[in-house]
Design a protein around this ligand. Structure first.
Ligand SMILES: O=C(O)C1=C[C@@H](OP(=O)(O)O)[C@@H](O)[C@H](O)C1
Ligand SMILES: C=C(OP(=O)(O)O)C(=O)O
Length: 430
């Protein structure tokens, strides 16, 4: 583990333009669909971070070509579908996308595919996916745990058909099944058994499938994917709007201004909701020719919001709540207990350590500011907890976070970008 990171304290306004690398979620979908397609595809500006490198490595292990385009400054990937085959070992690390998107692909391979990952991956909920694969005719050996590690015994084809899926703990279970479904003999008619968190991420999957020529219909109960080819497609990956959260939050905390360039006009990324949420917290948010510009006043309004659609924004928003002028209430996020760490517990510990008052609800958090104090907090191996600590540290002198290397999951140079933002005078952080 690298030494604890002393997060920079910043009593004066920031003023910076912060470009961001590609979206984790869009890169993951692009890789899987390109792997299942009828010809080679190019991914321009994909996210190159632990989660997406693990996705690429997992696909390679199954026989897909995922190669660097050495000539491209943006580290493009060229994806060449191949015959899917085991035996293979897939390391999912701590990536929910690999955990839930690759098993349905593995089911299309010939031979056993074993999936394992970090110790915490063994605790991430996945029983709904295992049960659904079995209902679709796939043999999965999970030792009765419904979690990793498990082995998918692919036979080269999946019957598919009608299935009811428990995706109450992760939308990724639905996305994973839909992504591979056009390659199932009967396609897929999927109905969620109950509530589904992070619905915009399912919509992102549906749009990505249609962009690859797949016939997907919303049935009212769920989604139907017709069997058929997946068209190859080159694509440019949008910047990761969820990873914009800590940088934009810095504008609110310091009463400064931060612009994220190339903010898409239209997007399926749930991070786009930062526009609305940061306004609710008192920021001025403008779409300028350069990108999304957020300006803070130096005071932060408390937030009362259901974050069920945008759970991954919670750590940074909760950090802002700890610095706000009153009590905030964040709900609809019980499923965050199954994320990289139990994020409700972790946020309770971290925000309390710097002086906030925190109450855990079954599905959320109530956060009130308190007398601020320095603290050494844990990252819990969670990239977004490091982002949250960095936001707190702007306002609270002496916030240190152990295990800061967790940021490699989706933004390996987070600390360099953070320092660049703070050093910049209306400058671009490159
Ligand atoms: O499909 C995706 O790319 C994601 C879906 C969401 O997962 P959950 O539904 O498990 O929250 C989100 O939190 C995660 O960061 C990315
Ligand atoms: C929940 C997250 O990740 P994962 O894709 O591993 O579920 C996240 O990035 O906030």
């Amino acid at each position: 583990m690298s030494p604890a990171w002393t997060t920079p304290h910043r009593p004066t306004p920031v003023d910076a333009v912060v470009p961001l690398p590609g979206s984790k979620s869009l890169t993951a979908r692009a890789l899987v669909l390109a792997a299942l397609a009828d010809g080679p595809s190019r991914l321009v500006r994909p996210l190159r971070a632990r989660d997406t490198e693990l996705m690429a490595a997992g696909l390679r292990a199954l026989g897909v070509g995922v190669e660097d385009d050495g000539t491209s400054p943006d580290a493009d990937w060229l994806v060449t579908p191949g015959e899917l085959r085991g035996p293979a070992e897939v390391d999912a690390g701590l990536a929910g996308t690999v955990l839930r998107f690759l098993p349905p692909v593995a089911a299309l391979a010939t031979g056993p595919v074993r999936l394992d990952g970090d110790p915490r991956l063994h605790e991430r909920p996945n029983a709904g996916l295992v049960a659904a694969l079995r209902d679709l005719g796939v043999e999965v050996d999970d030792g009765g745990r419904g979690r990793a590690p498990f082995t998918v015994h692919g036979t080269g084809r999946v019957r598919g058909g009608t299935v009811t899926v428990d995706a109450s703990e992760s939308s990724q279970i639905i996305s994973g099944l839909l992504l591979a479904a056009a390659r199932f003999d009967e396609g897929l008619d999927l109905t969620p058994a109950g509530g589904v968190p992070s619905m915009p991420h399912v919509e992102m999957t549906v749009v990505a499938l249609r962009e690859h020529g797949v016939d997907v219909t919303a049935t009212g109960r769920g989604w139907r994917v017709a069997p058929g080819p997946v068209a190859a497609r080159d694509r440019v990956v949008e910047p990761d709007l969820s990873n914009a959260a800590p940088f934009l939050a810095a504008a609110l905390v310091t009463g400064g201004r931060v612009t994220v360039p190339d903010w898409p006009q239209v997007t399926t990324q749930p991070g786009a909701q930062l526009d609305r949420l940061l306004r609710q917290m008192g920021a001025d948010v403008q779409r300028t020719p350069e990108g999304l510009q957020v300006t803070g006043t130096g005071t932060i309004a408390p937030l009362v919001a259901d974050l069920g659609e945008v759970g991954e924004l919670t750590p940074v928003l909760a950090a802002l709540c700890a610095l706000a002028g009153g009590t905030s209430r964040l709900t609809g996020i019980g499923h965050l207990r199954g994320h990289e760490t139990d994020r409700l517990q972790a946020l309770d510990e971290v925000l309390s350590a710097v002086g906030a008052r925190v109450e855990q609800l079954p599905d959320g958090l109530v956060v009130s500011p308190g007398p601020r104090r320095p603290a050494l907090v844990d990252s819990y191996a969670d990239h977004r907890m490091v982002h949250a600590a960095a936001v707190l540290g702007l306002a609270v002198d002496g916030v240190r976070v152990s295990g800061p290397e967790a940021v490699t999951k989706t933004l390996p140079d987070f600390r360099e970008r953070w320092a660049g933002m703070l050093g910049a005078t209306a400058g671009v952080v490159s």
